[in-house]
Design a protein. Structure first.
Length: 302
């Protein structure tokens, strides 16, 4: 039996925003988006992941799909603070902007929305949208700090998207991925390059991550000594997770996507994955990278 290899999915945040600490090109031009989508279709990239909050991403996708579109499209809700009706209207408008009669999945963009007073009403509205055939599946986009297993047990989502990477192996170590799979949840992994942190030179690290530099250098050195390309290793770690069906990656050009596809199809390197994890709370949470200073040092175990 051949080893498990999760499908590649394409993240579309860069199509509508200047997104990612390692992204030097800014927002992807629409002409390049069309080339990226054509390349994705040619290489059987299965999923395109976007969100109403990703700037102009949905509209750009709607004007750039190859025809007929071969993708399973995942998008995400507006904040529940705008009201349940606004969430419903927003989901329908997402489909209109993308030129789609229906999409594969609608995810709650922030798990906090489900934990507030309107959480149950929000989930019922997503169930209604699914029952109407507008979305095949509904789910949750979560962080590890959101306790995704407890969310899954409470709401029984069809699909959950969580960050997991060679550097951030917490969902593997703490059993989150296994528990979600055991609950029958379809798991999509995002942030598998941790916004390109593994590929950044030390002098380009955000100030809050300065003390993560030595550990990142040691990880890159260990990969080099094993003859493993960092891109290939990052993809192999994520795609070999047996619990995951899809690994979502972001690109800024068709050439980048071709390089990712090639690395994805390479043999899995023989590495001690656990030894390559980065135990640094700031580095593992991009939401904190703009804080003035990371006061927490890397653990001695790192």
């Amino acid at each position: 039996m051949s080893p498990h290899r999760a499908d590649l999915g394409l993240g579309a945040a860069q199509f509508g925003l200047d997104y990612g600490v390692s992204n030097l090109r800014g927002r992807v031009p629409e002409e390049e988006v069309r080339l990226i989508l054509d390349t994705a279709a040619e290489n059987r990239v299965a999923v395109v992941d976007t969100a109403a909050a990703y700037g102009d991403s949905e509209r750009v996708l709607g004007q750039s799909w190859p025809f007929p579109s071969p993708f399973r499209v995942v998008t995400k809700t507006l904040p529940v603070s705008e009201g349940i009706e606004r969430v419903d209207v927003g989901a329908r408008r997402s489909l209109e902007r993308m030129g789609l009669p229906r999409a594969y999945a609608l995810l709650v963009h922030s798990a906090d929305d489900l934990l507030g007073p309107d959480g149950q009403a929000l989930w019922h509205r997503l169930q209604s949208l699914r029952d109407q055939g507008l979305f095949q599946k509904i789910g949750i986009s979560a962080y590890g700090s959101d306790e995704p297993v407890l969310l899954a047990r409470r709401f029984r989502p069809d699909l959950m998207q969580i960050p997991c990477s060679l550097l951030d192996q917490r969902p593997v170590r703490d059993g989150t991925l296994r528990a979600l799979a055991d609950l029958g949840v379809e798991v999509h992994l995002r942030s598998v390059f941790l916004q390109g942190l593994l590929f950044l030179d030390r002098d380009r690290l955000p100030p809050a991550l300065a003390d993560a530099g030595p550990r990142l250098s040691r990880i890159r050195r260990a990969l080099a000594e094993a003859g493993a390309d960092p891109l290939q290793a990052a993809l192999a770690f994520a795609q070999s997770r047996p619990e995951a069906s899809t690994v979502v990656v972001g690109v800024t050009s068709a050439a980048e996507l071709r390089a990712i596809v090639a690395a994805s199809n390479a043999p899995t390197p023989d590495l001690d994955w656990a030894s390559l994890a980065l135990d640094h709370p700031y580095a593992l949470d991009p939401r904190r990278w703009n804080e003035p200073r990371a006061a927490t040092a890397i653990s001695s175990a790192a």
